[in-house]
Write a protein that binds this ligand. Structure first.
Ligand SMILES: *Cc1c(COP(=O)(O)O)cnc(C)c1O
Length: 407
């Protein structure tokens, strides 16, 4: 049993979190992921999930999972390199390679593990890894795991990175394609040019762009017209727009073969259930073919943004399904979320260290499963809030906080 003083330290740390309004609380969802949910016994209209295309509870995807379990059983039973790699995984990998226009794709159990795998395989102690300050926590953690030198550049600022690279080396530049808490896009053409000039890898984590942006939902790279030549490393997740779970890395033959041989987060873990791969094959096909989901999502985004504009609500500048409303302090963000909840609307407050200090927010997420009337209900509820953002924190504190980001 742990020593009493050590437990007391943990208790004191938890109490400090509570005092700073930084304590996290899990709520119990009693329905599938969909716009109308029941949470802790309450019926709410939800604007929180990353199910951007409304596929997480799509009947065809559900049926594919059920049929997949009938065919393959539940567990994969082993790691991919032992006997866990089924024909279902192989087929999904081929389809993802075709979808992303690359030689090959490699499945990982989660996006977190995919990022750890790529960065820790390609970078070591002598390498310098450049990252946007607002990159997802898994990219930052991957650099720590690789034991490389982690350098960060100001958010979406390719000019600043260029100045930093003038007298420093780079092994790899990593960025979110669409930033997970802000919804804005990375300046990928400029970053690709910088990576080429520096002889560095460019890794784009397109967790929030795939399925949503570009033709057939091919993501942020397609949005910019960038091919595998310009962006050699692409990571995508399956738990967001594709509505299932897992992730993949797509790239050249050599890259994927290297990851199979060396990525520890690929090698030393159980393969995802084959039925999940079957379900994802179906959701990928729906995402590609049903362009109306992206069109409808864009209509909802426009409706929310113009409605917010009329109300004078300071939504951040975002062209994607992620529409943040900056509150400032954690306390303020929590108060707004609670106010909305009394009006039957669920929007999670996102607080530091997931976002920088002083930038706590309501992260409004739209989905193709929402209707225009639902967006109107959200706007109506927002219009009843006393939406005075609290004063921003000094900018010196904003950057350091994101380092420890753990959503
Ligand atoms: C969600 C997310 C991840 C992690 O993916 P999981 O499959 O949920 O582990 C990685 N990067 C970004 C940008 C994400 O938003």
């Amino acid at each position: 049993m742990p020593a009493k003083p050590r437990i007391a330290e943990l208790e004191a740390a938890l109490a400090r979190l509570r005092r700073r309004h930084a304590e996290r609380r899990r709520r119990v969802l009693e329905t599938p992921q969909q716009p109308c949910v029941r949470l802790d016994g309450r019926a709410l209209l939800s604007f929180c999930s990353n199910d951007y295309l409304g596929l997480a509870n799509h009947p065809e995807v559900v049926a594919a999972l059920r049929d997949g379990a009938t065919r393959w059983g539940v567990g994969s039973g082993a790691a991919h390199l032992v006997t866990g790699h089924s024909a279902a995984h192989a087929a999904l990998e081929e389809e993802l390679a075709g979808f992303t226009g690359r030689d090959r794709a490699l499945l990982f159990s989660t996006g977190y593990m995919a990022n750890l795998g790529v960065i820790a395989t390609l970078c070591g102690r002598d390498d310098t890894i450049w990252q946007d300050r607002l990159n997802h926590a898994s990219l930052l953690d991957a650099a720590v795991l690789a034991r490389g030198r982690l350098r960060r550049y100001p958010h979406a600022d390719a000019g600043a990175l260029a100045r930093q690279l003038a007298d420093q080396t780079a092994t790899l530049i990593a960025t979110d394609g669409v930033f997970s808490m802000d919804g804005d896009l990375a300046p990928l053409p400029e970053l690709a040019a910088l990576a080429e000039r520096a002889g560095a890898w460019l890794l784009v984590d397109d967790a929030h762009g795939l399925g949503v942006l570009g033709e057939e939902g091919r993501g942020t790279l397609a949005h910019y017209g960038l091919d595998a030549e310009r962006v050699p490393l692409l990571m995508g997740t399956l738990g967001k727009a594709f509505g299932t779970c897992g992730a993949f890395v797509a790239g050249s033959e050599t890259l994927i073969e290297t990851l199979i041989q060396r990525a520890r987060s690929y090698i030393y873990t159980t393969a995802m259930p084959p039925a999940l791969a079957e379900a994802t094959r179906v959701s990928l096909a729906i995402a590609r073919r049903e362009g109306w989901r992206r069109t409808h999502l864009q209509i909802l985004i426009k409706r929310l943004r113009s409605g917010a504009n009329q109300l004078g609500l300071p939504l951040s500048d975002s062209p994607t399904a992620i529409q943040p409303l900056i509150a400032g302090s954690s306390e303020q963000a929590l108060r707004w979320a609670a106010e909305l909840e009394t009006r039957g609307i669920l929007v999670t407050a996102i607080r530091p260290p997931t976002v920088p200090a002083g930038k706590a927010r309501l992260r409004i997420c739209l989905s193709a499963a929402h209707t225009e009337a639902m967006v109107d209900r959200l706007l109506e509820a927002l219009s009843e809030l006393p939406l005075e953002p609290s004063p921003p924190a000094p900018s010196s504190t904003t950057d350091s906080a994101a380092m420890a980001a753990h959503p």
